[in-house]
Design a protein around this ligand. Structure first.
Ligand SMILES: [Zn+2]
Length: 217
């Protein structure tokens, strides 16, 4: 068992021992959803004042409304939420690369063997891109094992990984400007026919440096 798994197991024991909120209903009590980034420095419950059972919290790389649309529609249409709080943040990794950079790093790393891979990850200059790559890396490894391919043929692996990326037309959805990205995502949600006009939508920026959340739109 990994140290992370042990931590889950141990925490579960103490958490469940004093847990008293098993009565909560499935739909969020305060009928809203928060969309924010998966960044490890954001604690949505504490930073945005969310009590257990109050709201849906949807997280992905960059707090992308495009990426989160499936969950947003489920939250609103099936589980009754009617307000969206969208929160991007300073220092977001999505500000640091472009799609072509991500494609390059993914292709490079997926073509390497385990040893070279961990070395490459540690020394890669695209720090945040590498986080994305690590996630994709796990998925791609699974695919490779299923196909019975070895890591010996780096070029073939790399080509296949890139071909799969292109076939999926995977857009990593990076953005060059923080406030504009918040505005664009709010506009995307307001313009989507899947989000009714009755849904209240606001866009915010969380500052990882100060812990402050300020409204943009
Ligand atoms: Zn982020």
């Amino acid at each position: 068992m990994s140290a992370i798994q042990k931590n889950v197991e141990q925490t579960s024991k103490s958490y469940s021992a004093s847990f008293t909120q098993g009565h909560l209903a499935l739909p969020p009590a305060k009928k809203y959803l928060v969309l924010t980034c998966m960044d490890a420095r954001i604690d949505p419950a504490r930073a945005f004042g969310i009590e257990l059972g109050d709201a849906h919290v949807i997280r992905n790389a960059g707090a992308s409304a495009v990426d989160a649309l499936r969950s947003i529609v489920i939250s609103e249409q099936l589980l009754g939420t009617n307000e969206i709080i969208l929160v991007k943040h300073t220092g977001c990794g999505m500000l640091t690369f472009k799609n072509e950079d991500a494609y390059g790093v993914v292709g490079k790393n997926l073509g390497q063997n385990e040893k070279a891979d961990s070395k490459g990850l540690a020394s890669a200059s695209y720090h945040t891109t590498v986080v994305v790559v690590k996630e994709g890396d796990r998925e791609e490894k699974k695919v490779r094992e299923e196909r019975g391919l070895t890591c010996d043929n780096n070029n073939q692996n790399r080509e296949e990984a890139l071909a799969e990326l292109k076939a999926k037309k995977l857009d990593f959805l990076p953005f060059p400007e923080l406030e504009k990205a918040v505005e664009d995502d709010v506009a995307f949600l307001k313009g989507s026919k899947l989000v009714p006009e009755s849904v209240t939508i606001s866009g915010w920026v969380y500052e990882v440096e100060s812990g402050e959340t300020r409204r943009v739109v």
